[in-house]
Write a new protein. Structure first.
Lengths: 63, 519
């Protein structure tokens, strides 16, 4: 299970990248993206997915 | 360089040769003027504070005529949501919604600063104010930029702006990088009020909403403010005035931040337009009128010193407050530039000349004021005067070219700068001259006179018809001295019944930051 970023709504602010406990988010080819292999949905780490909680555009969603 | 108050124009002012150790403009001794924001210098300000702010264009009313500041947009992330912000654009605490700054990496920011300092020796302040929150996402880019800057150009002042949520975590780092000015945007000191301004915050790995969110934000803001002032770091507080939500409450904010040591409080009008896509824009929440803003600012006078010359400039603004040269220094151009070294000598020479001129100005202002006090007495109510100026504290702009008017209040107690009114037409394209003139009239409708270097016959008639006297006889003179001379004459005419006092008028605030470019 993993989260993904809806690129069309993303403002490229980078807030999610800074919050991800697993470094699953990176800026590649002009857009932020979540690596599904690394994303854990923050399970066992935090009560809610960090990227979705901080995202101002509500564009971090379950893949 | 253009004809705004360029280095050449200052250096060309006679043979103003500054002695090596010009005394600080303590000439304010004779200036028993009213408490006019921060323009008085040592007379009513802690000397240590004055020393820190006197060359800071955003904090010292006097310095904003002479020095330039620059914001670099290295901090796009934010940790809260404000109802007046659309996060597709820049942080509207510090800049105009609807404008997107060019996001820079810290390395690009340094190149840009070096390029600008080579062009503009007036540059004295580098700020980080967004486009998001400078301390969100761990403040990584912000502090990296400051670290590099401190090595390259240690005499530039550093400042940052924040919503305060992450502030307590970073106070030590702020002190370590010698950042001596911090701006916190504080719109409330009561979570009941705050819940209508902030829908959510992200704090301690959690998204908080409603009253809880506002309560945490409030506590963190107050804590951060106290931590900074107790370390001797200057703190300015910005507040956005939102009619019906926090307008009266801002008096409590004023008291609360003053009690915690903030040295300036800047009340800014809400910028709200449906086109910006902000919550307030969409709900039709209006911003205040010029008089509403002024009345609130007047009521807060005596609390934390108010700053009235803030133009809500963009996060990547470059230049003297009021002129934005950002477009001359875009990423493409900077990347194409060769490595530029910081020229400390040019900056030092410039600062020395300014010191000398300021000392002279303090003396002449005091003389003009004494004259008015003697001849007019205290019976006449103060009036507002709109001034067309390009800087240098002189009346040196043509009426028709003015993109904004500086507003001075002049009365028996002296002349003081109380704000400015923008008349630039940045978002409505294609409006004719007639409309432009109407915009100007509605923007300065509460003024008795408008001081200009020159004004055409037609606008002159329209101004008179609207009850605003166009005055060009002080062309290229200093503003405050001219205002006092005018007031003396006005008081005389008032006494003879030749003019009527102008009361009860209001004016319209142009929304958005000042983005005029030099011609
Ligand atoms: S859900 Fe958690 S682990 Fe997955 S990308 Fe978001 S922050 Fe990272
Ligand atoms: S926090 Fe949201 S808007 Fe910002 S970069 Fe991540 S996905 Fe995009
Ligand atoms: S702090 Fe600034 S960037 Fe963050 S939501 Fe508020 S106005 Fe927008």
């Amino acid at each position: 299970m993993a989260y993904k970023i809806k690129a069309s709504d993303c403002t490229a602010c980078g807030a999610c990248e800074a919050e991800c406990p697993n470094n699953a988010i990176s800026f590649k080819k002009g857009a932020y993206a979540i690596d599904p292999a690394t994303c854990t949905e923050c399970k066992g780490q935090f009560s809610s997915p960090q990227c979705a909680s901080v995202c101002p555009a509500d564009c971090c969603v379950p893949a | 360089m253009g004809n705004v108050i360029s280095l050449d124009s200052i250096l060309g002012l006679g043979e103003l040769k500054a002695p090596a150790d010009t005394p600080a403009p303590a000439a304010a001794s004779g200036c028993a003027s009213s408490s006019c924001g921060s323009s008085d210098g040592p007379a009513d300000m802690d000397p240590a504070v004055w020393e820190k702010v006197k060359n800071h264009p955003c904090y010292s009313e006097e310095a904003h005529h002479y020095f330039a500041r620059m914001h670099v947009a290295v901090a796009p992330a934010c940790n809260i949501q404000c109802n007046y912000c659309n996060r597709k654009y820049d942080c509207s605490n510090e800049s105009r919604p609807g404008v997107v700054s060019e996001k820079l990496t810290p390395e690009q920011a340094i190149r840009k600063i070096m390029a600008v300092s080579a062009e503009i020796p007036q540059l004295s302040v580098i700020g980080i104010a967004g486009p998001g929150d400078s301390l969100a996402a761990g403040g990584k880019n912000t502090f990296k930029t400051f670290e590099m800057l401190q090595k390259k150009a240690p005499d530039l002042k550093l400042c940052l702006s924040t919503n305060g949520l992450a502030l307590p975590d970073h106070v030590d780092t702020i002190a370590q990088y010698n950042i001596d000015h911090v701006t916190i945007t504080i719109n409330m000191v009561d979570p009941e009020v705050g819940q209508h301004i902030y829908p959510w915050i992200f704090h301690d790995h959690k998204r908080w909403t409603g009253l809880d969110a506002a309560k945490i934000l409030h506590e963190r803001q107050m804590l951060g403010l106290e931590m900074l002032t107790s370390r001797g770091i200057l703190v300015k507080v910005n507040s956005v005035m939102i009619p019906g939500i926090n307008d009266e409450h801002l008096m409590d904010v004023n008291k609360a931040v003053k009690a915690r040591g903030a040295f300036l409080h800047n009340i800014m009008p809400l910028i709200s337009d449906p086109a910006h896509g902000t919550h307030f824009g969409l709900t039709g929440q209006r911003g205040p009128t010029a008089q509403e803003l002024k009345v609130l600012q007047d009521q807060c006078e005596g609390g934390a010193k108010l700053m009235r010359h803030c133009r809500q400039c963009r996060a990547d603004a470059v230049g003297l407050l009021g002129e934005d040269r950002g477009s001359e220094f875009t990423i493409d151009r900077i990347d194409a530039m060769e490595e530029i070294d910081y020229d400390r000598e040019a900056a030092r020479t410039y600062r020395e000349h300014v010191e000398a001129e300021r000392a002279e100005r303090h003396a002449s202002k005091a003389a003009a004021q004494a004259d008015v006090a003697e001849t007019v007495g205290t019976a006449v109510d103060p009036i507002l005067i709109a001034v067309a100026t390009k800087g240098g504290e002189r009346i040196n702009e043509h009426f028709g070219h003015a993109k904004e008017f500086q507003i001075y209040e002049v009365g028996p107690k002296g002349a003081k700068f109380v704000g400015h009114r923008r008349v630039d037409q940045y978002c409505e394209g294609g409006s004719g001259d007639e409309d432009a003139l109407d915009t100007v009239l509605s923007a300065i409708n509460d003024c008795t006179a408008v001081f200009v270097a020159k004004v055409g016959g037609c606008p002159s008639k329209k101004l008179q018809a609207a009850g605003i006297e166009p005055v060009d006889r002080f062309a290229f003179e200093y503003i405050e001295e001219s205002a006092l001379t005018y007031f003396k004459d006005y008081a005389e005419r008032l006494g003879q019944g030749a003019v009527n006092a102008r009361a009860g008028q209001d004016a319209v605030i142009r929304t958005g930051a000042f983005t005029a470019k030099r011609a």
